[in-house]
Design a protein around this ligand. Structure first.
Ligand code: BTN
Length: 238
């Protein structure tokens, strides 16, 4: 784990904390960009992320040379970091929906979007974007997500939570002795359940079967209906 100081840049509104974090030149390892709301929050697969004032929207900048795990484990590590920081605040029962969503009582309460920047063919910056639905306030989810999303009911200090998440990220991703995949499995949702997964690495093919867990690369292991085991490196459940 590094001893770097977590510096927080806090804004009332940004289009996207990830966009801002990717563009700033003046940053150090663990610089954390926080916005009270976003006007163009980015989600996975080019989707948007609903970002009203009652959430936490943050992007942690990591210097690649300080990362100790394979870069492909940054997103699973981030899921563990958010889960742990929320548990430290007394929020229990969070599960991870492979690969980058956090669920509470089966509903999505947090999404994670990892992006990187390359300079001269080398990754120069990793940005871990985290959006958490904190408390309902006056906001209703849009129609298309209202049955699948929920608020965690957090009314504490947002900036303190953001700092704690950045510290947990540093602990999971930048220390020699963290075993991300083992811990990831212990919080993984849907183990033993039948589901359908969209396999992005195989032309978005729909794969149906039983979730067995995540392997040592945090790829999803599925037992398909014909009895075979299939590993999915990139995709989405449901
Ligand atoms: C997803 O669920 O598809 C990922 C959502 C990631 C949203 C967060 S909010 C903070 C950061 N800034 C963004 O524009 N996106 C991420």
């Amino acid at each position: 784990m590094t001893n770097d100081k977590i510096s927080v840049l806090h804004f009332p509104v940004l289009d996207s904390t990830n966009r801002f974090a990717l563009e700033i030149k003046d940053f150090s390892h663990l610089t954390t960009v926080v916005a009270d709301r976003q006007t163009a929050g980015r989600g996975r697969m080019g989707r948007s992320f609903f970002s009203p004032e009652s959430g936490l929207y943050m992007s942690v900048i990591l210097q690649p040379e300080k990362i100790k795990c394979p870069l492909s484990l940054c997103t699973p590590g981030a899921a563990l970091a958010v889960r742990q920081a929320l548990e430290n605040e007394g929020i229990r029962g969070i599960k991870i929906k492979w690969v980058n969503d956090l669920l509470l009582n089966g509903k999505k309460v947090c999404g994670i979007l990892t992006q990187s920047q390359t300079e001269n063919g080398k990754i120069s910056k990793i940005v871990i974007g985290i959006g958490i639905n904190l408390c309902k306030g006056e906001y209703d989810f849009p129609e298309d997500i209202k049955d699948r999303a929920d608020w965690i009911g957090f009314h504490g200090d947002k900036l303190n939570l953001a700092k704690n998440i950045a510290a947990e990220l540093n602990r999971y991703i930048c220390s020699d002795n963290s075993d991300i995949c083992t811990e990831y499995n212990s919080y993984l949702a849907y183990i033993g359940e039948s589901t359908t997964v969209t396999d992005y690495a195989d032309n978005n093919r729909k794969v149906s079967g039983t979730v067995l867990g995540a392997d040592e690369n945090c790829f999803l292991k599925i037992k398909t209906e014909d009895g075979n085991e299939r590993l999915i490196s990139s995709g989405e459940i449901g």
